[in-house]
Design a binder for this molecule. Sequence first.
Ligand code: NDP
Length: 444
Amino acid sequence: MSYVNDVLELVKTKYPEQPEFQQAVKEVFATFEPAIAAKAEIYRKNAILERLIEPDRQIQFRISWLDDNGNIQVNRGYRVQFNNSIGPYKGGLRLHPSVNLSIIKFLGFEQVLKNSLTGLPMGGAKGGSDFDPKGKSDREIMVFCQSFMTELYKYIGADLDVPAGDIGVGAREIGYLFGQYKRIQGNYEGVLTGKGLSYGGSLARKEATGYGLLYIVEEMLKANGLELKGKTIAVSGAGNVAIYAIEKAQELGAKVVTASDSGGFIYDPDGIDLALLKEIKEVRRARISEYILTRPNAIYTAGQRVWQTPCDIALPCATQNELDLEDARALIANGCLAVAEGANMPTTLEATRYLQENHILFLPGKAANAGGVATSGLEMCQNSQRLAWSFEEVDAKLKNIMIEIFKNVDSAAKRYQAEKNYVLGANIAGFEKVAEAMLAQGAV
Ligand code: NDP
């Protein structure tokens, strides 16, 4: 058996109870053969793949907190520090009832390769909790975040591990987490990214993942003789990534006709009214179904996904495995040209394969949504320098990084005779830098 298959088997036998983690490794390893074959002996001798799939450490802890009725609630917290070969650990914190070790490990594994792709010196990690922020009061959110940080602070630091937001963790939660870290440690350091502008945050960080997604999609279309202007786009989600993807898409002249939350989706044939969507989601924190109360032409469909909607470009921006084979079939039947992942692993393996076999331009999350962590990297630079750059400066750097990511992904695909296979290109381009650093640093 090939080295790649040997290690894939190892993952299956070692972690049978971690389906998301297995899926992520399988998806990445499925594209690794050509790059590994070129150096199989040296990689095997140095156990590069065995080390790549085994986190440096995984921390799991209890989070006890007092709810508004005075009852003690208990949740489970995680931080998986996956690989710090090319820089301090970096990756978001997710608060969602579905969070478990398998999900955090899949996200951490992906983060290693994604961070490498940005060209910035950042290792990979991920963390979070099975805490459900929905329906919690502001006080409960604060108390939970404080309790979470009271354990997490032991393992993080500006040069050690720098967490950020993810699903369920936005500016409010980062503020509470940062406040508690500072209170315990007694020093002021850039230990988290996604901070508020008044205490060390970066302009354009909030917008970065969504904007970056559109910058790289534009570059991919250009490389394939297409343009974004005038295209119809289906977006899923209505969170941080989705909202700013919609904003940039509209700015670049495309028409976005859908958005969703876990309750259902809206279709607006006139194009999404972004101010209204922001008011519902960012200000009132309400359900997306309220959108149609103000927009009579729009339709709300409960319990369904957006992918039956005819579009030129599909941007899944909600969560993992939200676009399956049936969805992929619908997209193709409706003439879709391109799919780019704003979320992490939103497309199932079967759907990805089907899209690629049918020559749909497919850009995986680790390239397409890398703008968020890249701008977090820029926030770290500003904190280290004790400076704050302008919005335009950060945005220009972000755009540049996204263009470079596409070029690297495209050229890695071409180098291994797999032109337009951006999944292969992204996996290999991300891997090669990490592997080189691991080889240089010896058996650690
Ligand atoms: P948010 O919490 O801001 O928004 C998530 C959105 O997805 C919400 O609309 C939410 O609806 C919906 N959603 C979440 N879980 C489910 C589910 N199980 N089924 C259906 N809908 C769901 O998160 P972000 O926008 O920050 O993140 C979205 C995705 O992008 C995630 O995969 C994340 O890992 C990835 N990502 C985020 C980055 C960032 O900078 N924020 C960077 C890179 C990747 P509801 O409110 O009803 O739950």
